[in-house]
Ligand binder design. Sequence first.
Ligand code: IPD
Ligand code: CA
Ligand code: CA
Length: 255
Amino acid sequence: MRDPLEAAVATAREAGAVLMEHLHRPLHIEEKGRRADLVTQADRESERIIVARLRAEYPNATILGEEGGVRAGTANERWIVDPLDGTTNFAHGYPMFCVSIAYERDGELLAGAVYAPMMNELFEVERGAGATLNEHRIGVSAISGVGAAMLCTGFKPSDYERNARHFAKASNHAQAVRRDGAAALDLAYVAAGRFDAFWEFDLAPWDMAAGALLVREAGGRVTALDGCTFRLEGDSILASNGAVHDEVRSLLSAV
Ligand code: IPD
Ligand code: CA
Ligand code: CA
């Protein structure tokens, strides 16, 4: 049996290859209920492969995947899987999409992989051992003020009004604000020092698990948007290089 990091990396790569195959075929795009919340056959096929691989090596672990929900296990281990983060981007051929796989034991995130196949960028992380991008060590940026920062956020089209206020406030103070549409990758970009901070409301555990560990292991800070302890089941995330964290938090608290 491979260790969790090796299993996550190999599986994310394999699932990424599946996504790339589907990118060149006709896509069956469905809405999942909420407006513009998309799912395609590529999401499902990617999750099927991931679950099969992880099940084979970790038969007792619980697997939580976006498309299939919880596959209950008996052990105190959990895989947290987004088989395709950034489905809308994927459906348009916009390269900001990825596979995100995280491994948790006794409620603690221990390892993860985020793979963006169209850009062939693989982010790996292991608790206590740091974070890498294509095997090179990465770290958060050294930007110390929002005025010089590139921030990123995300939101569901159906929840535009609340997020528009935050976006406007941040845009009035930061050097730039981006909305790239793939939360797991947005978090990996904070870890790599490309974004100085990222925030979003109402994400799911599979959007955040691997990315949150990447940011922490790259030297950054992760909390809820109000500064309280970050929880995978919580209703917000603020991830940053640490230096701009409190400034972003107080900026967005006054909206
Ligand atoms: C979505 C993306 C997007 C975020 C949404 C997520 P999906 O995930 O991460 O950036 O704003 O909240 O649901 O549906 O593409 O896996
Ligand atoms: Ca997602
Ligand atoms: Ca997804």
